[in-house]
Design a protein around this ligand. Structure first.
Ligand SMILES: *Cc1c(COP(=O)(O)O)cnc(C)c1O
Length: 430
């Protein structure tokens, strides 16, 4: 038995399914997940010393590549000052100012430790601010695993073939209205009927938890119009897209100003930092200023904040997003070209450093079209890529990520692996 397999067996003796987050268990693709020992730049190294080109990037945070020297140095210096104080620190002020500077829709921002917390808190705040209970979310969008939001939530849930989770009482989700993504008519009808009772709409402007599906401009514009008209809080979940699809986030690409925005992933640069923020009038409803309670023992942790701040500084280097976008676009056009040459029905798209690849002839525009992707072909492709040293997200329902360290030589190695993998797909599935 090899070392990854032995560790996975051992893990399953003391951790449910051997993992601390379900998709890591490779259930939808089968096989044994490599146990990662270390990482550098675009590469991961497993416990057996095998090297992989990484297109997961810790599910988004590692936009600078792994072990960026400036970030690591900053974190080491922060560690020397102590790990946690549970008291205000200068770093929290600096990162809040930095976020406000980059994202114009943010007047005030509060730090939390995960995207889940950001979503849960933003919803509570929207309800507290409006005095309304109902919320709208969209099929295939994931906003963390808090109870009210765990309905048709994409991502790991899709991987496991369950639209929603057990253990969530119907009472808790009875005020959660789930609508079709990119369906303007449905949104309009819902607002006509019950607009005055809806506290908030929460959306991924570029959905990344049902593979990648960008919203149409019409959908986001309509949402902004309807929410403004009915006094409903518009929450854009940029936990994945923030500082990822563009420096100023997905909201900048759609020219929309949300009332609240959630951040996570890149904002912590690989450490547990997330945030929610937006209009002062709404944010001032949070304790200690207002009646909406929200708190966290490790919120704004000094080491995590130092890591996030160093990351936010690095991504503002001139030309960073141009370079990142060019490399990601090269990756996608290369893969699409090779698939075509090998006779495999395949498509792909990207924005900034985020991409989607699909085993279907054209890019999906809806949840339903995502469900038409060929999961069997993906499985074969995934394992062939892994065998050839390329680490993709182990599910056909996840978006992928490129870092600034994915240079041409890394892309070319990816293409060599992809040619073999597409040949394998053709051989196995015809
Ligand atoms: C990852 C993600 C979350 C949840 O963040 P966690 O830090 O995993 O709790 C929420 N929303 C979106 C869009 C995400 O991609």
């Amino acid at each position: 038995m090899d070392r990854n397999e032995a560790l996975f067996d051992r893990a399953q003796e003391s951790i449910p399914g051997g993992v601390n987050s379900p998709v890591r268990a490779f259930k939808s693709v089968g096989g044994v997940p490599p146990f990662i020992k270390k990482a550098l730049g675009p590469h991961l190294y497993d416990e057996e010393g095998k090297k992989y080109i990484d297109y997961v990037g810790s599910w988004g945070p590692m936009i600078l590549g792994h072990n960026n020297p400036a970030v690591i140095q900053t974190v080491k210096e922060a560690v020397d000052n102590g790990l946690s104080f549970g008291a205000p620190t200068q770093g929290e002020v600096l990162i809040a100012e930095e976020i406000k500077k980059i994202i114009p829709s943010i007047d005030e921002v509060r730090l939390v430790s995960s995207g889940t917390e950001a979503g849960m808190s933003a919803i509570r705040l929207a309800r507290g601010y409006t005095g309304r209970n109902k919320i709208i979310k969209f099929e295939g969008c994931y906003h963390g695993h808090s109870d009210a939001l765990l309905v048709k939530a994409g991502s790991g849930l899709l991987t496991f073939g369950t639209p929603s989770s057990a253990g969530v009482p119907a009472d808790v989700t009875k005020d959660t209205i789930v609508l079709e993504y990119n369906n303007c008519d449905m949104l309009e009808e819902t607002f006509e009927k019950e607009g005055e009772q809806i506290a908030c709409v929460i959306v991924e402007a570029i959905a990344g938890n049902m593979n990648m599906v960008p919203a149409t401009r019409e959908f986001i514009t309509k949402m902004r119009e309807l929410t403004a008209k009915h006094g409903t809080v518009m929450i854009v979940d940029e936990v994945m897209t923030g500082f990822r699809v563009a420096l100023h986030g997905a909201q900048s690409l759609y020219g929309v100003t949300p009332d609240l925005t959630m951040f996570g992933k890149v904002i912590g640069g690989g450490m547990p930092v997330a945030a929610f923020g937006g209009k002062k009038e709404i944010m001032d409803c949070i304790a200690p200023l207002g009646p909406v309670y929200q708190a966290g023992t490790l919120s704004g942790n000094p080491v995590a904040v130092a890591c996030g701040l160093a990351t936010l500084k690095a991504i503002q280097e001139p030309g960073f997003y141009d370079r990142l976008s060019i490399q990601t676009a090269k990756l996608i056009s290369g893969l699409v070209q090779i698939a075509k040459e090998e006779g495999v029905a395949f498509s792909g798209q990207c924005t900034g450093g985020m991409f989607g690849i699909y085993f279907r002839p054209t890019c999906p525009a809806s949840f339903k079209e995502v469900m038409e992707c060929d999961t069997e072909k993906f499985k074969t492709f995934f394992h062939a890529m892994l065998d050839n040293g390329v680490y993709l997200a182990p599910s056909t329902f996840e978006a992928g990520f490129v870092s600034i360290t994915h240079d041409d030589s890394v892309l070319n190695k990816t293409f060599e692996a992809a040619r073999k993998a597409f040949k394998e797909v053709r051989k196995v599935h015809g």
